[in-house]
Write a protein that binds this ligand. Structure first.
Ligand code: COA
Length: 305
């Protein structure tokens, strides 16, 4: 497993009313909005920072790229599809890590995983030294990068452990905005973060539609059925199930405002992943002999919040 040593540069350079609500806007406002989804990963990360404070760490000119892709006939990318930026958000120290869903489905490989972990660990170290540093994860990812399977799985374990260490000091906010969504091991990483923000266009789940179809057949899950996919994994469904904190429109200003508010709000009194009894009682009340439809899941969870 590559380690933080692979991103040694990072370490040196780095010194240096939110509620659960669904927003809705008028048609005019909708047409005038600045889409967040249409920004690429680097633009999204930069947009979150206070003006002129963002600086990229371990960027493309450092050429820290995956050593595993070329030997499998895949052209690597100079930032390994993972952008790390440091700066301030609403005057607070923050690091933003953004995944480029257009590169290998945003899959986590050895290098991108090490970049994310290093950024979280630096934020944690700074927080422990009295300089609280929040983290924002912009997740556009199909989970573990299939070409780097075991290394990607190891990276996910490190990422989860680093999120749990940091969230005790400063909020870790996962934003799932774009159409790739957040799947596999990275859905677990989102699950342990302090807050999750989604758009309706985003989707969140452990096993992705492609995997379920491949493993269990098209009768079980048709991975081309977009209505089915979004009715199960989509932001609206996850919000109604109480599995995310804030549902935003695809609007850069609204997303930036929400992230600012969550950082200002600070560490939640109890993290979602610590509410074991709540989820245990939900599972106990589930009748697995029934065929569950998205609608029935919604009403079940709304009665078991
Ligand atoms: N590793 C490598 N490549 C991945 C990937 C992963 N984990 N997830 C997606 N991709 C690639 C796809 O192969 C595809 O590549 P191509 O354009 O060269 O064909 C590209 O990303 C887009 O994926 P596609 O499936 O065509 O897009 P989609 O919008 O229909 O679906 C997902 C996106 C993520 C929902 C779907 O790919 C999926 O279900 N992936 C599996 C998720 C999962 O269960 N992961 C578990 C691994 S821990």
């Amino acid at each position: 497993m590559s380690s933080l040593a692979d991103v040694a540069n990072l370490s040196d350079i780095a010194k240096g009313g939110v509620g659960a609500k669904s927003a809705s806007i008028s048609t005019r406002e909708y047409l005038q909005r600045r889409s967040f989804i249409e920004l690429n990963a680097r633009e999204r990360a930069k947009a979150l920072f206070d003006s002129e404070t963002a600086r990229e760490l371990a960027g493309p000119f450092d050429r820290i790229e995956s050593p595993w892709l070329a030997i499998q006939g895949v052209t690597p990318q100079a930032d390994d599809g993972c952008i790390v930026m440091r700066g301030t958000i609403g005057g607070n120290q923050a690091v933003v890590i953004a995944f480029n869903g257009a590169f290998q489905g945003g899959g986590i490989g050895e290098v991108s995983g090490a970049k994310l972990t290093a950024a979280l660990d630096l934020a944690c170290r700074d927080s422990e030294n009295g300089k609280n540093t929040s983290a924002v994860l912009l997740l556009e990812t199909g989970g573990v990068r299939l070409q780097e399977a075991n290394l990607g799985l190891a990276a996910v374990a490190e990422i989860i452990s680093s999120i749990i260490a940091l969230r005790a000091h400063a909020p870790v906010i996962s934003v799932i905005a774009g159409p790739v969504g957040c799947f596999g091991g990275m859905s677990l990483a989102a699950g342990v973060s302090s807050y999750i923000v989604m758009t309706r266009e985003g989707r969140l789940g452990l096993n992705g539609p492609e995997v379920i179809e491949e493993e269990s057949g098209v009768e079980e899950f048709d991975a081309t059925d977009r209505t089915l996919i979004w009715s199960i994994y989509g932001g609206q469904q996850r919000y109604n199930q109480g599995l995310i904190d804030v549902l935003v429109d695809d609007d850069a200003d609204q997303t930036i405002k929400t992230v600012n508010e969550l950082i200002a709000k600070g560490v939640p009194p109890i993290n979602r992943s610590e509410q074991v009894d709540v989820y245990r009682s939900r599972i106990a009340a589930l009748d697995p002999s029934t065929q569950w439809e998205p609608e029935s899941v919604r009403s079940f969870t709304s009665h078991h919040k």
